[in-house]
Design a binder for this molecule. Structure first.
Ligand code: GLN
Length: 201
């Protein structure tokens, strides 16, 4: 077991710095990933929040799309928040026709699902494996409309018009959240991911 796994943060666009800081606090060696060769050096990868269609375009421009799909197929642990969740999906609704995704988790995700009226909001959600709720910050967030067999639902919206909507899911060591644990200072979701990577290495 490596106590200090090397975890990449996909650094094409989005809130890269916040994830780097969170990972470092959790005891990982956090490195930026922008090119294919950097994929060989990591034990896990974080896909940050940002704009999924922009990241999708940049994945193609940086020739990372196919290499990353291949690493995920080979079992690379990954954690995506918000736009990162969208990129990890196997099917995306309400996106651009040419947007690409990585199929790290067998799930259908709807972009900007909470609608314009509720651009951004925060709430506490119960999260499987954590003993008290996490503060979930949603910013033009997606939700999950379908999960395949073998996908574990980790969190749903507790109340309100979106009650019951899936906002965190996990398949093997690939984890996705609709919300942004990297902005709250509560590092438990990152910790969970770093520990999953540790147990794999
Ligand atoms: N709405 C953005 C997208 O579609 C995601 C927003 C976010 O990551 N905060 O990619």
């Amino acid at each position: 077991m490596t106590t200090r796994p090397t975890i990449g943060v996909l650094a094409l666009q989005g809130d890269v710095r916040e994830h780097v800081n969170a990972l470092a606090h959790c005891g990982a060696e956090a490195v930026l990933v922008r090119r294919e060769s950097e994929l060989d050096k990591i034990d896990g990868l974080v896909l940050p929040g940002g704009e999924s269609t922009a990241i999708s375009k940049l994945l193609q421009a940086f020739e990372l799309l196919e290499p990353l799909r291949a690493r995920l197929r080979d079992g690379l642990p990954a954690f995506g928040s918000c736009a990162g969740m969208i990129l990890l999906a196997s099917e995306v609704l309400d996106t651009r026709a040419d947007a690409q995704h990585l199929s790290g988790i067998d799930m259908t995700v709807r972009r900007n699902a909470f609608g314009r009226q509720v651009d951004s909001f925060e709430t506490d959600v119960d999260f499987t494996g954590l003993d008290s709720p996490v503060r979930a910050v949603f910013i033009r967030a997606p939700w999950v409309e379908r999960v395949g067999d073998g996908v574990e639902v980790l969190a749903t919206v507790p109340t309100g018009p979106a009650e019951g909507r899936i906002v965190a899911a996990r398949q093997g060591d690939v984890i996705a959240t609709s919300f942004h644990p990297e902005v709250t200072g509560d590092l438990r979701v990152h910790d969970l991911f770093v520990n999953a990577v540790r147990n794999r290495v």
